[in-house]
Design a protein around this ligand. Structure first.
Ligand SMILES: NC(=O)c1ccc[n+]([C@@H]2O[C@H](COP(=O)([O-])OP(=O)(O)OC[C@H]3O[C@@H](n4cnc5c(N)ncnc54)[C@H](O)[C@@H]3O)[C@@H](O)[C@H]2O)c1
Length: 254
C-alpha cells in the first residue's frame, strides 16, 4: 500500500521541516522527488539524505514567488504526477500592526507562490491523467488565531484555491486536497519564537505546545504520513477536502 513507485513528485520547501519530511517519505515510497527551494543548500542536504537511503531526488534553487523562475524550473523537470505546495513563511501581527511590506511578502510567498506552482504544474498533471495536488494550509484558515492576520489570510486563500482547483480539473483526473496542521515543531516555529519572543523562548514553546489539547506540537513526520496517503492511489476517492492534523485544536479546545 501507499507505493509511489514510478511517480514524479515536486515538493516546494523541501529543505526544512514538513517539506523535508514529505520529501524523505515520498522518496522512500519510490517517488522521484524534485525539491524546489529558496535555500538551495538546504534542498541539497535533503537530496543527500535521500540518496544515502537509496532514494532518488534532485534539488532546484527557486523562489516560488517568481513566476518566470517557477515556470522555467517546472519546464526543466518535465513530466510530473504529484505537486505538494508546501513552501511558506510565518508572520506575527494584527491588521493594524502588519506593514504593507510584510503583508505583500506573506502574500507573494504563501499565496502567489502556490498559484505560480499550480500555473506551472497543471499542464503536466493533466497529461498524467492521475495527477495529485496537495496544498499546505493551516488551522489558521478556519480558526481565528491571535496575531496571525496576514498569515491567516494567506492560508484562507490556500483553502479556497484547493476547492477551486479540485472543481476545475476533476475532468482531467486531477485530485486536489489540503492539510491544515496546528503547531508542528519545525525550524519555522523555532524561528518565529526566536524572532518575536526573545528571552521567553522556553515559556512560549510550552504555551504553544499546550495550545493543542493533546499537550504537544505535531511532528513533521506525522504530516508526511497524511500527505503520503492523500497523494497515493489509495486516496483516489478523495478530492476537494481539507484535513486538519491538529492534536484536537479545532474541536476539543474548550
Ligand atoms: N510548523 C507549523 O506549525 C505549521 C503549521 C501549519 C502550517 N504550516 C505550513 O507548513 C508549511 C511548511 O512549514 P514548516 O514549518 O515546515 O516551515 P520551515 O520554515 O521549516 O520550512 C519552509 C521551507 O520553505 C522554504 N521557502 C520559504 N520561502 C520560499 C520561497 N519563496 N520559495 C521557495 N521556498 C521557500 C524555506 O527555505 C524552508 O526550507 C508552510 O506552508 C507553513 O505555513 C506549518
Amino acid at each position: 500500500m501507499f507505493s509511489l513507485k514510478g511517480k514524479s513528485a515536486i515538493i516546494t520547501g523541501g529543505g526544512s521541516g514538513i517539506g523535508k519530511a514529505i520529501s524523505v517519505l515520498f522518496a522512500k515510497q519510490g517517488a522521484k522527488v524534485h525539491i524546489i527551494e529558496l535555500n538551495a543548500d538546504a534542498a541539497q542536504q535533503t537530496v543527500t539524505e535521500i540518496e544515502a537511503e537509496g532514494g532518488a531526488a534532485t534539488a532546484y534553487g527557486c523562489d516560488v514567488s517568481n513566476q518566470e523562475a517557477v515556470v522555467n524550473t517546472f519546464n526543466q523537470i518535465g513530466e510530473i504526477d504529484i505537486l505538494v505546495n508546501n513552501a511558506g513563511i510565518a508572520h506575527i501581527g494584527k491588521a493594524d500592526t502588519t506593514s504593507e511590506e510584510d503583508f505583500t511578502k506573506v502574500f507573494n510567498v504563501n499565496v502567489k507562490g502556490a498559484y505560480n506552482c499550480l500555473y506551472a504544474a497543471i499542464p503536466a498533471l493533466k497529461k498524467s491523467r492521475s495527477g495529485v495536488i496537495l496544498n499546505m494550509a493551516s488551522i489558521a484558515a478556519v480558526v481565528g488565531i491571535t496575531d496571525r492576520f496576514a498569515y491567516s489570510m494567506s492560508k484562507g486563500a490556500i483553502f479556497a484555491m484547493t476547492l477551486s482547483v479540485a472543481r476545475d480539473y476533476m475532468a482531467d483526473g486531477i485530485r486536489c486536497n489540503s492539510i491544515s496542521p496546528a503547531r508542528v515543531h519545525t525550524p519555522f516555529v523555532d524561528g518565529f519564537i526566536a524572532k518575536n519572543y526573545a528571552g521567553q523562548e522556553a515559556e512560549v514553546f510550552e504555551k504553544l505546545s499546550k495550545s493543542q489539547p493533546v499537550g504537544r506540537m505535531g511532528k513533521p513526520e506525522e504530516v508526511a504520513s497524511l500527505a503520503l496517503y492523500l497523494c497515493s492511489e489509495e486516496a483516489g476517492f478523495i478530492t476537494g477536502n481539507d484535513y486538519p492534523l491538529d492534536g484536537g485544536f479545532i474541536k476539543l479546545n474548550n
